[in-house]
Design a protein around this ligand. Structure first.
Ligand SMILES: [Zn+2]
Length: 176
């Protein structure tokens, strides 16, 4: 009712979303439902190609939005890349050593595809483990809590950041 105004209405007004950081590459679908927002590709690219460089990051403590870059280092992305959700059948890889997002090696990226990556490729232990609902069928790994508790054979199906490779090798006593 436009005639009814109370001070409480201002509390429910949402601030306008920040301007897109990758307006030619990424569409962000914003949902009021927690963890239901997501990033979608605006471009089609062949498998293995560079999607974008990762820039503008800042060192951070481990949080549900952070990405692990080394054994004891995490960053905040500070861009719309933060909306890239986890999938067990991902569309992109987050290479946190070269600071690149690349299309996965085994499948082309189509405009409209969700931009998703396999979180354990960078995360040894998730800040907030979660039950995956990625819809990848038999390929879905269920509870995602980082690479630490995942079978090496499963991890082998994905591109892994060097710090994850190293920690998996240590865990397995150098046998992988
Ligand atoms: Zn899954």
């Amino acid at each position: 009712m436009s005639t009814i105004t109370t001070t409480t209405t201002t509390a429910t007004e949402q601030p306008p979303p920040p301007p897109p950081t990758h307006p030619t590459l990424i569409h962000v679908h914003r949902s009021p439902i927690p963890f239901a927002s997501g990033a979608y590709s605006l471009v089609s690219l062949p498998a293995g190609s560079l999607f974008c460089k990762i820039t503008g990051t800042t060192p951070a403590r481990k949080a549900y939005t952070s990405v692990q870059t080394a054994r004891n280092a995490h960053i905040e992305l500070n861009s719309d890349l933060v909306y890239c959700n986890h999938s067990c059948a991902p569309t992109v890889d987050f290479d946190m050593h070269r600071m690149e997002v690349r299309v996965v090696a085994d499948r082309d990226l189509q405009a409209g595809d969700p931009l998703t990556f396999f979180y354990p490729q960078s995360e040894w232990e998730m800040d907030q483990p979660f039950q995956c609902t990625c819809g990848a069928g038999a390929r879905c790994r269920g509870v995602i809590d980082g690479a630490k508790k995942m079978d090496a054979a499963v991890l082998r199906e994905y591109w892994l950041n060097p710090h994850i490779e190293e920690m998996v090798r240590e865990r397995e006593g150098g046998s992988v």
